[in-house]
Design a protein around this ligand. Sequence first.
Ligand code: NG6
Ligand code: CA
Length: 496
Amino acid sequence: MKRILFFLLLSFFFSCETKESKTLPNIIIIYADDLGYGDVSSYGVGKLQTPNIDKIANKGTRFTNGYSSSATCSPSRYALMTGTYPWRNKRAKILTGANLIIDTLEMTLPKMLKGKGYQTGIVGKWHLGLGDSKIDYNQRISPGPNEVGFDFSFIMPDTQDRVPTVYLENGSVLNLDLNDPIDVSFEKNFEGEPTGKDNPELLSMMWHHGHNGSIVNGVPRIGFMKGGEQAKWSDIDMADEFLNQAKKYVDTVKENPFFLFYTLQQPHVPRTPHPRFEGTSGMGPRGDAIVEADWCIGELYKHLKKSNLLENTILILSSDNGPVLNDGYYDDAVEKLGNHTPSGILRGGKYSLFEAGTRVPFITYWKGNIKPQVSDQMVSQIDFLNSIASLVGSEIRSNDGVDLADVLFENKGKGRSELVLEAQTKTAFRKDNWVLIPPYPGPSKSINVNIELGNAAAYQLFNLENDLSQQNNLAESESEKLNEMISRYQSILGVK
Ligand code: NG6
Ligand code: CA
């Protein structure tokens, strides 16, 4: 009898355990590339229509003060993964064929979730570097996503405009034929290989600045590549490929709590929407690529619904940095823009210290848990690690992140009061409604991409409360505020 009682108790204990791990919500972060604050129609400041994102935004919390850590990709992804400010890591800059910038001993969001029993996967753009010495694409590449917390990875190594134009699945090039090995260089071309610079007749898309290296699918890229013919991706099918991989991943792991980092390639250059999206936005390939991304998000949502996963899945949707029109190709992004405003009324864009560099679409959705709301609380992607850790009952915290679980997932609480913003290794500082941009050398505007960068000879100080477009520099008239801001900013940066 005693023994039966013991076993009953034991099985009760174990069933509680499984139940607890089962009720942990799945987490999916959908991360667009260069999608601007005004590119999502529910933000009400642009003209492009994104009905699928809106559906999620209107049923969840839509943050109007949501930030990526940086105005470019790799640093933002680094901060999202580690909860650490990217300016603390000298290697967290835009990467081109670089080695992994996350230390394999560093805590990451997927590692933390693995510790709580989650399955973890990434599908899409990586851009955090690979390997720790010269990368050989003909062998399994390590360390990479699988060594910093992901059980599964299906990635584009850097960006769509950089070689090698191949997918990596769990560290190995997909469809690689070892009789046609891959060679990559960012210094010089391989003999006899055509380039965008020398062979414009082979191009289906013309380069504007940079992007004149190897030609793949008629698109000239950054860098040079030889071999790997069979492994090269099809640009127009990339969105479908990532979507299918994401859905397949969900199907494989759905019996247990899972984390999926679904990192879209759109609307980063080269903009190559599938032909079925051509002309759908009336704004050329950039707009069409956003319509395509919106469709993908809708399809994933439908898939979750069909799989009865919506109630137990948190969806987080954001972008790695602000928008850019001409980022290196002649693709009509400027010419066909019409009256659409990718940055809304925010100043600047990608690469910029002004608001449009880092203030991005930022949405959380959890059916039956998050109530529909528009929130003006200040939140940052740097806070995902701490907030999600808090949500799933992990003790892990980064130093720079803030636990905003209540703001992000419970419609309550207060957001950040301060945040250091970064653009191309330069930093600015927001505290409450004030923004401080220290003096920096360099052009005030990038001629190539036609974006104001925020560089100026003197301090700039803006009050976003009545000057969201950062038009009135109050550095002189508000000298007391200026000094207060400088001193707090310097103390966070550790400057004496
Ligand atoms: C820049 C590229 C730009 C884009 C960016 C990375 C040139 C001239 N410009 O160096 O096109 O690829 O890097 O964008 O090569 S990000 O969103 O991944 O940070
Ligand atoms: Ca980006």
